[in-house]
Ligand binder design. Structure first.
Ligand code: ARG
Length: 463
């Protein structure tokens, strides 16, 4: 097909590249996974070429069928990968030409690998993003199911990892559902911006041929065509947005994983992880280690690293296509693979874990989880907030001196600090009373939480 051993660009060269150069510049070792998306793009392009009369309908059909056959050949592992053929685009085109001869030589009409690879990456990203969104929903479902199952369980809520105020377990699980929902909608926002067709941008300036870009956009499910050929052929913003959203998702998963690693310790004892999601020690027979959660926490670094890699790759690139852009792929693939695998294991891990409500309950009255509710009780009775803060602080100090809880202080002690505070104070003290007192929208108040759970159950059912 060219003067230089099967390459698509040999005409202008008198010698082929050095073997070192072939090894240095190839991307086939990692971009072959784009083959389905490259073929889909090429088939839409072939249909369009015949639609505008640049090739005949018969040629278009021959190209489409041959591309299908090449897809099957790759599916079945029958494609020979050759470093000298650079990338997936060249492999497929060379295979097409060897099957169809001159008809095969027409496919690349009005196209450059620059707009071709941008199109394939967008199609791949769109499909992968859609799978991640489904994976997020599955994890949300697992959290919502736990929220429903653990209704009535009260947890100590923490700030600075110090006991703060009580929260319902249902409220706790739904907190992660909300974080995941932001991740999900962030991905969908990125998808909407991504969904414009690059093909037709050519190498950088467009084409003098009568291409119908809108036709190709419709064929490939894009919402329209990207506007500026110089911009599009070099645009990788969609990858940065995708990997940014994945990074934040990975950060959420990593924070949650860390929390559950802690909760599964003997010291916390809040959580029983199922054996199926833990591993043992080669030496210590008693060990049951939360390795899955630890790796999930650790892999946050991989995803964030990929984002950094992409940003540095794009920094300082002049218009338009530069070969640097070939380096986008491994970062994106690794980030997506990592997050997909994490989501896949997170959902059944959540579903198979159980709160150890007896252990949680046994120490629930420790740590003055009711102190802030007592403060608010004083405020309701007309005391300025700062004065109430001071008074409750004194009462807590008294308790610490006497090694007791607020609810165990004698009436005289309350009355010494706040005249007439006893006896009504006992109705608001204790973790259960404190929990029941919450009433703001979005709070852990039982009515609010019940409504939030019902709303999430309905939302997920509707997906
Ligand atoms: N393999 C390249 C990439 O991934 C696409 C080919 C564009 N190459 C070129 N020399 N214009 O970006």
């Amino acid at each position: 097909m060219s003067t230089q051993g099967g390459k698509t660009w040999g005409g202008r060269f008198t010698a082929g590249p050095d073997a070192l150069v072939e090894a240095y510049t190839e991307s086939i070792s990692f971009d072959k996974r784009l083959y389905r998306h490259d073929i889909r793009g090429s088939q839409a392009h072939a249909r369009m070429l015949s639609h505008v009369g640049l090739i005949s309908p018969d040629e278009s059909i021959a190209l489409i069928n041959a591309l299908d056959a090449i897809g099957t050949q790759i599916d079945e592992g029958r494609m020979t990968w050759r470093r000298d053929l650079e990338d997936i685009h060249t492999h497929i085109e060379v295979a097409l030409i060897s099957q169809l001869g001159d008809t095969g030589r027409k496919l690349h009409t009005g196209r450059s690998r620059n707009d071709q690879v941008a199109t394939a990456m967008k199609l791949w990203t769109r499909d992968t993003l859609d799978r991640v969104v489904v994976g997020i929903t599955a994890l949300q479902q697992a959290f919502v199911d736990s929220a429903a199952r653990e209704q009535g369980v009260i947890l100590p809520g923490y700030t600075h990892l110090q006991r703060a105020q009580p929260v319902l377990a249902t409220h706790y699980f739904l907190a992660y559902v909300e974080k995941l929902e932001r991740d999900r909608t962030r991905l969908l926002d990125a998808r909407a911006r991504l969904n414009l067709l690059p093909l037709g941008a050519g190498a950088l300036a467009g084409s003098s041929l009568p291409l119908d870009r809108a036709f190709v956009a419709r064929e490939l499910g894009f919402d329209g065509v990207a506007a500026n050929s110089l911009d599009i052929s070099s645009d990788r913003d969609f990858l940065v947005e995708f990997v940014s959203a994945l990074t934040l998702l990975a950060v959420h998963l990593g924070g949650w994983a860390e929390e559950w690693v802690l909760w599964a310790t003997t010291e916390f004892g809040f959580l029983e992880l199922s054996d199926a999601f833990c591993t043992g020690s080669s030496l210590m027979p008693q060990k049951k280690n939360p390795d899955v959660l630890e790796l999930m926490r650790g892999r946050t670094a991989r995803v964030a690293g990929s984002l950094q890699r992409l940003l540095m790759l794009l920094k300082g690139l002049p218009l338009a296509y530069n070969r640097d852009l070939q380096e986008d792929k491994e970062a994106v693939f690794d980030a997506a693979d990592t997050v997909e695998r994490s989501l896949e294991v997170a959902a059944p891990l959540v579903a198979s874990s159980r709160l150890r409500s007896d252990r949680i309950k046994a120490r629930l009255e420790e740590g003055f989880l009711d102190a802030t509710t007592l403060l608010e009780h004083l405020v309701k009775h007309g005391m300025p907030m700062r004065t109430a803060h001071e008074s409750v602080g004194k009462l807590v100090r008294l308790c610490e001196e006497n090694r007791c809880r607020l609810a165990e202080l004698a009436p005289e002690r309350f009355n010494e600090v706040v005249p007439d505070l006893a006896p009504g104070v006992y109705e608001v003290l204790g973790v259960e009373n404190a929990l029941a007192a919450f009433r703001t929208e979005g709070s852990t108040g039982p009515t609010m939480v019940k409504a939030a759970l019902a709303a999430w159950q309905a939302r997920l059912l509707a997906r």
